[in-house]
Ligand binder design. Structure first.
Ligand SMILES: [Zn+2]
Length: 115
């Protein structure tokens, strides 16, 4: 369960970025191949954000698809796990995951007034 650690990181980032203002919402990007479970993040967030400026903030998850880059023809393809055996364009098996593993804070919304 590494959601605990990543959720601590999300709160830290959001509170620092808020600069003393209350955090209303946090937009998170979650890749299709990420092992992060959004329900778990929400669970830890509710517990860990208590008594911080992020308490009560809404978590919004934006899911991004996994992509694979073909090392032979250079095509980037949207893929769904498990990865395909070959590039849909040229059939090469030399595919590298190029996206979809990310989990990051995309943006936050804060109150206009400090405090
Ligand atoms: Zn290819």
């Amino acid at each position: 369960m590494h959601e605990l650690a990543v959720t601590e990181g999300v709160i830290k980032v959001a509170v620092e970025a808020a600069g003393g203002r209350r955090v209303r919402a946090i937009d998170l990007v979650l890749g299709a191949l990420s092992t992060i479970v959004d329900d778990s993040v929400q669970f830890y967030f509710d517990a860990l954000s208590r008594a911080t400026l992020a308490e009560g903030a809404v978590l919004r998850f934006r899911r991004v698809p996994a992509t694979a880059l073909c090392l032979d023809c250079g095509a980037t393809t949207e893929v769904a796990p498990p990865l395909p055996d070959g590039c849909p364009g040229c059939g090469s098996s030399r595919l590298r995951v190029s996206g979809g593993t990310e989990f990051l804070v995309e943006s936050i919304e804060v109150d206009d007034e400090p405090g």
